[in-house]
Design a protein around this ligand. Structure first.
Ligand code: ADP
Ligand code: MG
Length: 710
C-alpha cells in the first residue's frame, strides 16, 4: 500500500524492474526474481543496488609462487610445463597441469573436465594468470579448480577485489555483481540529504559513491577475529546504513509529530482516587512502578496525546501500573479499556484487577460472552456505567461504543498489529495510549520499532522474589527428570511441562503435546493436565483453573502459557527441546515460575548434539535472569528479525543497516530525525526536499502523506 504517484521522477529509473537492465534475458530474469522479488512486487533495480555484497575476495596479483600464501585466495602468473590427464579407466582421477615460475611449482587440478578443454585453456608453454586457493598435498603446492584462468588482457580486466554476494541457485556471485554494476549506471545524481558537515567529519562518501564502492570495491574489509562479532563497517557501508536508519527514524518522527499535533485531553484528575487505590494495594509499589505511574500521570495530565510503552520483565508488576493509569482517566471522568491478547489473559487481568479496583466499575468482555451479556455490556459502556473495560480483541469491534474513552491500555503489544492499535484509537477522540510489553527489547530495537513512543521501564522486581535455578539436561536423561518430578510433586510442587515447538504448524505441536501428556499420565495418573492452543476457550480456562487450584499438579502445554499467566504456586518449569526456542521465549516461559515465596527451578531439556550457537544460548539462560541481557544476547546471536519474531512477517526490514553492527547509529538517527522535524516539520527547506527523496528511496513515503494531512 505505497503511494508512489508523488515519487520524485529522478528515482523512477531505480524503481524500474530489474529485468529491464541490459543483458538480462529470459533465463536470468526469473533468477533475479527469486533472489530479490517478493509476492507483492517484482525485483527492481533499487533492490539490486541494495543487495550489498557480504564480503570481498582479493584478486591482487601475488609477486611469485613462493610468496603466495597457502589457504587464501590469490592470483599468480605461471607458465604451463606439463599436462597429466587421467590414465584410462582410472576412475575419478583428476587432470593435473604442472605450472611454474622462477620460484617454484604449482599443480592445477581439474576433476571431471574434458581433456581438450583443459588443454585449450592452458596450452603447453603458455603464460597464464590463475586465481584460486593454494593448498599443499603430499608436500606439493596445488590449486584445485582455479576460479579464473586469464591471459594478459584478462588480467587487465580483473577487479582487485571481487565482491561476494548472497547468491541464489543458478545466479553466481559474479553474475550478481555484473547486474549490480549495470544497475549503478541507472543511478542519477541525487540531492544530498545528509548534513554536509557531519559527512565531512566522518569522511563519509555520497550515497552514490558509497554504493559504487560497495559493488566495485578496491579493498577487502578486515575480517573480525571472532565470528560472533559483527564486521566493522567501512565508511561506505556506514553511510548507507545511516541513510536507511535516518529514513526509518524520520518516518517515525513525522508520525509522532502528527500524533502530538492532534490535541489530546487532560486525562488525570486531582489524584485522590489514584492515591486511595495505591493505599489499598496489598503491597507497596516498587521504586520503578512509582516512577512509571508518575511518568504516565504527567503525560495524562498534559493536553497532548500520550503514546507510551511500558516495558517490564515478567513479574515486574505492570498490571498495578496499568490499574493506576486507568484510575487516573476515571478520575478525570473518562473511561479506560485494557486489552489483552488472549482470552485467558483477559480473564486473569479482570480477576486480579477486581479486588484491587475498589469502587471502580469493572467489566469483562470477550468473544465468548453470550448475546444477552454482550448487549448489556454494550449498553452500559455507552451509558458510561462502566469505568474500566477489560477484554480481548472483542473490545474494538465496530459495535463497541464508549461513552467517553480516555485511555487505552494494550498488553503484550507485539502480539497485536499496529492496525489494531489504530482501530482502538478510532474509538475515542484523542485517546491516550499505554502499551505494555514483557518482551525486554534491546534499546536499539525499541528505537527501531517504537521510536514514535516514549518509554517507561520497570527495571526492578518486587522484593522477596527468589532466584530461579536453571539446569540444562540432555533428553537422554528424561527418565531421571520424570523420577525427580515425581518426588517434587509428592512434596506439593506444581509443574509446567512445555512441549517442543516442532514445526510452524500448531497441529504438529499438538500431537507432540498429546503424546507427552499420555506418557506422563502413565507415570502420575490423574494429576496431569493438558492445555493447548486449539482447545475451545472454556476447556482452556477449566484446565488452567484446575492447575491453579492444585487439582492437577503437572500441566502439559504447548506454548500457550507463554504470555502472562500467573500461578504463584507453580515452581518447576520443564521445557522440552529447549534448543528450538528463542532466548526471549525461554525467558518468558521461565518467568511463569518463581512467582511465589518458594524456590523455583527451570529444566531446559535439549536434544544433542548442540551447535555452537545453541550451546551459547542455553548457557546464557543458565547464567542470568536479566531479561535485557538475554535480549541483547539473542540479538547478537540471531539477528533482529528472530528477536522480535518478525522475520517471517517481513517486518525486520532493514536492507542495508545491520542492527547488530550499526545499532550505535540508531540513536544519532533518532535525534537527527527529531531535530529535522522540529525545524522543518513539512520538509520544505532544500534539505527537507532532499529528505523526501530519501523517504521515497527507502519506501517510507507513507510518512510524507502525514505532513500534508492532520
Ligand atoms: P507482569 O509485569 O508480568 O504483568 P504482574 O503485574 O502480573 O506482572 O505482577 C506479578 C505479581 O507480582 C502479581 O502477583 C502482583 O500482584 C505482584 N506484584 C506487583 N507489584 C508488586 C509489588 N510492588 N510488591 C509485591 N508484589 C507485587
Ligand atoms: Mg502482565
Amino acid at each position: 500500500m505505497t503511494d508512489t504517484s508523488l515519487r520524485p521522477s529522478l528515482l523512477d529509473p531505480l524503481f524500474a524492474p530489474a529485468r529491464t537492465l541490459p543483458g538480462v534475458g529470459p533465463k536470468v530474469a526469473p533468477l533475479i526474481e527469486k533472489l530479490l522479488g517478493t509476492p507483492e512486487r517484482e525485483a527492481r533495480i533499487v533492490d539490486l543496488l541494495f543487495h550489498l555484497p557480504q564480503g570481498g575476495v582479493s584478486r591482487r596479483l601475488v609477486g611469485s609462487v613462493a610468496e603466495a600464501p597457502v589457504g587464501e585466495p590469490v592470483t599468480i602468473g605461471v607458465t604451463v610445463v606439463a599436462h597429466r590427464p587421467p590414465t584410462q579407466g582410472a576412475g575419478r582421477r583428476p587432470h593435473r597441469v604442472v605450472t611454474e615460475d622462477a620460484t617454484g611449482e604449482v599443480t592445477l587440478v581439474f576433476f571431471g573436465m574434458p581433456r581438450a578443454r583443459v588443454e585449450k585453456m592452458l596450452p603447453l608453454g603458455a603464460h597464464r594468470y590463475v586465481s584460486g586457493k593454494i593448498d599443499v598435498w603430499e608436500g606439493m603446492r596445488q590449486m584445485v579448480h582455479p576460479s579464473r584462468i586469464m591471459d594478459e588482457a584478462g588480467l587487465a580486466d580483473l577487479p582487485a577485489v571481487e565482491p561476494v554476494y548472497g547468491a541464489t541457485e543458478g545466479l553466481t556471485s559474479r553474475a550478481i555483481n555484473k547486474l549490480a554494476v549495470a544497475a549503478l549506471d541507472k543511478l542519477a545524481p541525487l540531492p544530498e540529504w545528509q548534513d554536509p558537515a557531519w559527512l565531512a567529519k566522518n569522511r563519509y562518501p555520497t550515497f552514490a559513491d558509497a554504493l559504487r564502492t560497495e559493488h566495485r570495491p578496491d579493498d577487502v574489509p578486515p575480517r573480525p577475529a571472532d565470528p560472533l562479532q559483527p564486521t566493522p563497517g567501512t565508511p561506505s557501508r556506514r553511510r548507507l546504513a545511516y541513510d536507511e536508519l535516518l529514513a526509518s527514524q524520520l518516518a517515525l518522527a513525522l508520525t509522532r509529530a502528527r500524533q502530538r499535533r492532534k490535541a489530546g485531553r487532560v486525562n488525570a484528575g486531582d489524584g485522590r482516587l489514584v492515591a486511595k487505590l495505591t493505599e489499598g494495594l496489598p503491597f507497596g509499589l516498587t521504586g520503578a512502578q512509582a516512577r512509571a505511574v508518575q511518568e504516565i500521570r504527567a503525560d495524562l495530565a498534559a493536553p497532548r496525546r500520550m503514546l507510551r510503552l511500558l516495558q517490564g520483565d515478567v513479574g515486574s508488576g505492570k498490571t498495578a501500573v496499568a490499574l493506576l493509569a486507568m484510575a487516573s482517566a476515571v478520575e478525570a471522568g473518562r473511561q479506560a479499556v485494557l486489552m489483552a491478547p488472549t482470552e485467558i489473559l483477559a480473564r486473569q487481568h479482570f480477576e486480579r484487577l477486581a479486588p484491587l479496583a475498589g469502587a471502580l466499575r469493572l467489566r469483562l468482555m470477550t468473544g465468548r460472552d453470550r448475546a444477552a451479556e454482550r448487549r448489556a455490556t454494550l449498553a452500559d459502556l455507552a451509558a458510561g456505567e462502566i469505568d474500566i473495560l477489560v477484554g480481548t480483541h472483542a473490545v474494538f469491534q465496530e459495535a463497541v461504543t464508549f461513552h467517553d474513552l480516555g485511555l487505552a491500555v494494550v498488553d503484550e503489544q507485539h502480539r497485536f498489529g499496529v492496525h489494531q492499535r489504530l482501530a482502538l484509537g478510532a474509538k475515542g477522540e484523542a485517546v491516550d495510549f499505554l502499551v505494555m510489553t514483557a518482551t525486554p527489547i534491546p534499546r536499539t530495537l525499541a528505537l527501531t520499532f517504537f521510536g514514535d513512543m516514549d518509554v517507561s521501564i520497570l527495571d526492578e522486581k518486587p522484593a522477596g522474589r527468589q532466584p530461579i535455578r536453571t539446569l540444562t539436561l540432555s533428553t537422554e536423561r528424561l527418565d531421571e527428570v520424570v523420577a525427580g518430578l515425581g518426588r517434587a510433586m509428592a512434596q506439593g510442587e506444581r509443574v509446567y511441562w512445555i512441549c517442543p515447538l516442532v514445526e510452524e504448524s500448531e497441529f504438529v505441536d499438538l500431537a507432540a503435546a498429546a503424546e507427552r501428556f499420555e506418557d506422563l499420565k502413565q507415570h502420575f495418573g490423574e494429576g496431569v493436565g493438558l492445555i493447548h492452543g486449539k482447545m475451545p476457550g472454556p476447556e482452556k480456562d477449566a484446565a488452567m483453573a484446575r492447575f491453579a487450584a492444585g487439582e492437577t499438579t503437572l500441566l502439559v502445554s504447548t506454548t500457550v502459557v507463554e504470555v502472562g499467566v500467573d500461578v504463584p504456586e507453580a515452581t518447576i518449569m520443564v521445557v522440552e527441546h529447549a534448543e528450538r526456542f528463542g532466548l526471549a521465549q525461554l525467558h518468558q516461559l521461565r518467568g511463569r515460575v518463581g512467582r511465589g515465596a518458594k524456590a523455583s527451578s527451570c529444566l531446559l531439556l535439549y536434544r544433542g548434539p548442540l551447535g555452537q550457537v545453541s550451546r551459547a544460548r542455553l548457557e546464557m539462560m543458565r547464567e542470568t535472569e536479566d531479561g535485557f541481557r538475554i535480549a541483547e544476547a539473542d540479538l547478537k546471536l540471531r539477528g533482529e528479525g528472530e528477536v522480535l519474531g518478525t522475520r517471517q512477517s517481513g517486518l525486520a526490514a532493514f536492507r542495508l543497516a545491520r542492527i547488530e553492527g550499526d545499532g550505535d547509529l540508531l540513536e544519532t538517527a533518532r535525534d537527527d530525525a527529531r531535530l529535522i522535524v522540529e525545524r522543518d516539520p513539512k520538509l520544505e527547506t532544500p534539505r527537507g526536499q532532499a529528505l523526501r527523496v530519501l523517504l521515497y528511496l527507502f519506501e517510507r513515503e507513507a510518512a510524507i502523506r502525514l505532513i500534508g494531512a492532520g
